[in-house]
Design a protein around this ligand. Structure first.
Ligand code: ADP
Ligand code: MG
Length: 456
């Protein structure tokens, strides 16, 4: 008799042979047999999208493959979720996955280690429409008159509308045109983390010194420093120093300076002292143009009807527009033919049906695990190691705060722990949040990630 683990490994082996590596990884990464009960097998998958695909497109192939090893099996069900039961006895698939997740994604390799700039963002790859005309024009203008025209340039707008893209384009353009220039792109989140560390190491003067040498400082998502007094203090100092020397500062935020809560008045007035430009939601023409440009970049063609369907239905977020396009392209590659209208509808269903997602426990757990550089399954394990216990307590606390789960349900999600354990953890972290600045920061950072991942 094969164990579930051996059986799934054998099935995966067959799947791997019949698919391209990229497709195999896309559809079968992080899957495993959760249980086998006579004729029926339950396979756990990482998300609803993959469940749909395995169910609708791969089910027959998977079932045939399973029956090659276990002929008694009649049906396979796919469930979304973190496996609990198997973990204690067979942690192997997770070790494999852990390794895989440590591999640096391609997109990170393109990041310059001095400027933090990613070459893929350029003015050439930015589509100008009525929604971003002003922000785009202002960005070009400061490239031509660095530090002399609008200082700071403050760009604001909703998630996924191209703020980072524009900011990075400015940085890349300046770096390319002036080889000796000192440019730094940094997210306010990273800046805050750097600050905390330099305070701890007593190197804050070095840090300020480095910043004071810049010709162009770009801080992305500046709203993140709201409520963080120490960070605001240092940002204020750095800003004044650079501004006083006519060195350019560029900032982005999800809202205008006035509307950022818990931001000191003196910073608000500094941020308002240059040019403020907003980016709005792209109109249909712009969405279409963006899709066409992205297809060119990816060297992929889709028929007009499909492209129009995507542009018509995904309106509020360019990142989602691109994500939708990628899914449709993935379909074409797997089946070697473009999807029909009905299939396109299916593929995009996740975007169309959930315009506003809530934090799910999965999102919370995934972000906590990422944050602490462990795997989500570690949170569920029976481990008492300090590196695990602490994140697990954070998980309990944040599940309580960010989802509607009850104490017993949270215990259940985290490997069947008692509700009193959960209550204890929640009280402990709450106390620390109130009394310990660094814990407070830590929680802000994790929350930020959670919120960002369900905006996408
Ligand atoms: P934000 O920082 O506002 O959340 P991003 O700059 O990260 O948004 O944009 C999300 C994605 O959409 C990126 O891949 C970006 O390249 C793309 N994008 C946004 N606006 C445009 C545009 N006008 N032209 C081309 N690509 C865009
Ligand atoms: Mg951004």
């Amino acid at each position: 008799m094969m164990t579930n683990e051996e059986l799934w490994k054998a099935v995966l082996g067959e799947m791997e042979l019949s698919l391209t590596k990229a497709n195999f990884t896309t559809w079968f990464k992080n899957t495993l047999i959760l249980s086998k009960d006579g004729q029926s097998i339950v396979v756990s998958v990482p998300n609803g999208f993959i469940r749909e695909w395995l169910q609708n497109k791969f089910n027959k192939r998977i079932l045939d493959s399973i029956r090659g090893f276990s002929p008694e099996v009649r049906e396979v069900r796919y469930v979304v979720g973190t496996p609990k039961i198997e973990l204690k006895t067979t942690p192997k698939p997770f070790l494999d996955r852990d390794l895989e997740e440590k591999v640096i994604p391609d997109s990170l390799k393109d990041i310059d280690k001095y400027t933090n700039l990613n070459k893929k963002y350029s003015f050439e790859s930015f589509v100008v429409g009525s929604n971003n005309e002003l922000a785009h024009a202002a960005s070009l203008a400061i490239v031509k008159n660095l530090g002399k025209l609008y200082n700071p340039l403050f760009i604001y707008g909703g998630v996924g509308l191209g703020k980072t893209h524009l900011l990075q384009s400015i940085g890349n353009k300046i770096s390319a045109e002036y080889k000796d220039s000192h440019v730094l792109y940094i997210s306010a989140e990273k800046l805050t983390a750097d600050l905390i560390e330099s305070i701890r190491n007593r190197t804050i003067e070095d840090l300020k010194n480095t910043y004071s040498k810049l010709d162009l400082l770009i801080i992305d998502d500046i709203q993140f420093i709201a409520g963080k007094e120490r960070t605001q203090e240092v940002v204020f100092q750095i800003f004044n120093e650079l501004h006083g020397k006519n060195k350019q500062v560029v900032l982005s935020s999800d809202r205008p300076p006035k509307a950022i809560p818990a931001l000191e008045e003196r910073l608000k007035s500094r941020f308002e002292g240059g040019m403020i430009a907003d980016i709005g939601i792209p109109d249909f023409e712009t969405r279409l143009a963006i899709l066409k440009l992205k297809m060119l970049e990816k060297n992929q063609e889709l028929d007009n009807e499909t492209v129009t369907y995507i542009a018509t239905n995904i309106q509020k977020n360019v990142r989602e527009l691109e994500g939708a396009l990628n899914r449709v392209i993935a379909f074409s590659q797997i089946y070697n033919k473009p999807p029909g209208t009905k299939e396109v509808k299916n593929i995009l269903a996740t975007y169309l049906n959930n315009p506003y997602k809530k934090a799910s426990s999965q999102v919370v757990l995934k972000n906590i695990a990422d944050f602490y550089n462990i795997s989500p399954s570690d949170l569920i394990k029976r481990s008492r190691k300090k590196e695990i216990v602490r994140p697990r307590q954070m998980a309990m606390f944040l599940l309580r705060e960010e989802t509607k789960l009850s104490f017993p349900e949270i215990g259940q999600k985290l490997g069947g722990r008692d509700h009193s354990t959960v209550i204890h953890a929640c009280e402990k972290i709450k106390r620390e949040e109130n009394n310990d600045e660094s814990v407070k920061q830590e929680l802000v950072m994790i929350r930020e990630r959670v919120y960002n991942s369900f905006d996408k």
